[in-house]
Design a protein around this ligand. Structure first.
Ligand SMILES: Nc1nc2c(ncn2[C@@H]2O[C@H](COP(=O)(O)OP(=O)(O)OP(=O)(O)O)[C@@H](O)[C@H]2O)c(=O)[nH]1
Ligand SMILES: [Mg+2]
Ligand SMILES: [Zn+2]
Length: 343
């Protein structure tokens, strides 16, 4: 795994906050429960979740299960108590009786109930952030939101730039690639047509649980079919010009070999950060933040203030304008594919 030490202090403060919250939650739970009931049943892993049922892998068998009433009522800051990848205990009636604590999760802010997190996948090692050079085009701000969410959720990020065959503006592509290389975030350039980069991606997935995420049409399912030898439905390029076409409609867990698997997810229209403050956001942009020593105001946001060291560094070409624009886009959080509400 790569070294993300520059983000460690952010993670540490976050963990602290989380453990305090967690402690409070457990204490409240203890008070409300007078007789603790040990949960008995079989341990399995959630393969898919729909509004009506949950499919659980129990000893290699795919078993449809419902949720115990108590789980449905559980108060939480998450839209659903259960997510693909969760380890659960299923009782003798075929009901999910308990959900184990997650070691990682990829979450975004729910579009409707904005205080809630929507967990895209649980208990995975890496987020494979799939983007394409064109159809749809590269969007650094979206890549950055995924990277931040991966690190916060305790997963390592891996950026895939697919459809290299469609590259026309090589300078723009190289500038974007160099942003992530400078940040020590691994990037693989891929083409599904001539299989460039596929072996490298396969290698990066070995022995790990990965979740493929990104916009609709970037080629997530095409990549998974190449790696896993599966035949899941992929989108037609003609169809993709129509608005709102999503080929994959439900997240699926795909086994690659005995110790590697991945999750295919439906393309997203929006991805807003969940539970991140503006100060924390600035820490994730430490490559910009380093120039803030030259800002006139200590609380400079680097968006509109006079005598801003960060904006000066951008003008002088010391830092990529694309990276700066990404920071501003996320901070302002008001475009069509994200609505960030800062606390
Ligand atoms: N030119 C080119 N087209 C590609 C490449 N990889 C995938 N495609 C095409 O891109 C289209 C979309 O691919 P999908 O794999 O369905 O994309 P997806 O990310 O799974 O999309 P959703 O399931 O809607 O989220 C398909 O027509 C693919 O054939 C590539 O490297 N180059
Ligand atoms: Mg798909
Ligand atoms: Zn500034």
């Amino acid at each position: 795994m790569k070294d993300y030490s520059e983000f460690e202090h952010v993670l540490a403060s976050k963990d602290n906050k989380q453990s305090k919250k967690e402690k409070k939650r457990l204490q409240e739970k203890d008070r409300s429960k007078s007789k603790p009931s040990p949960v008995e049943g079989k341990r399995g892993r959630v393969l898919s979740v729909s509004s009506t049922e949950v499919i659980v892998d129990l000893d290699g068998e795919e078993v449809p299960c419902s949720l115990r009433g108590i789980l449905k009522k559980e108060k939480s800051d998450q839209k659903r108590v259960i997510a693909i990848g969760d380890f659960v205990i299923v009782d003798e009636r075929g009901q999910v009786a308990a959900v184990e604590e997650r070691y990682s999760q990829l979450a975004r802010r729910d579009n409707l109930r904005r205080r809630l997190a929507q967990v895209i996948a649980a208990n995975i090692d890496q987020v494979i952030i799939v983007t394409s050079v064109a159809e749809p085009s590269l969007k650094p701000s979206l890549i950055d939101r995924y990277i931040i969410s991966a690190i916060r959720g305790h997963m390592s990020p891996l950026v895939i730039v697919n459809k290299i065959d469609l590259a026309q503006d090589k300078a723009n592509l190289d500038e974007i690639l160099s942003i992530y290389k400078n940040l020590n975030i691994p990037v693989i350039e891929v083409c599904c047509l001539n299989k460039k980069g596929i072996n490298e991606l396969r290698q990066a997935m070995k022995g790990k649980a990965s979740v493929f995420s990104g916009q609709s049409g970037v080629g997530k399912t095409t990549l998974i079919n190449l790696i896993a030898g599966t035949d899941y439905k992929t989108g037609e390029i003609v169809e993709k010009t129509q608005k709102g076409v999503h080929t994959t409609t439900q997240s699926t867990l795909v086994k690659i070999d005995d110790d590697s698997f991945c999750i295919d997810t439906p393309g997203i229209k929006s991805f807003s950060l969940w539970d991140v403050t503006t100060e924390e956001l600035a820490h994730y942009f430490s490559d910009l933040q380093q120039f803030s020593t030259d800002c006139k105001f200590v609380n400079c946001t680097h968006t509109h203030e006079p005598h801003c060291g960060v904006r000066k560094a951008v003008e002088e070409g010391k830092v990529s304008k694309l990276r700066y624009d990404s920071y501003v886009t996320i901070r302002e959080g008001n475009d069509e594919d994200q609505k960030n509400h800062w606390e």
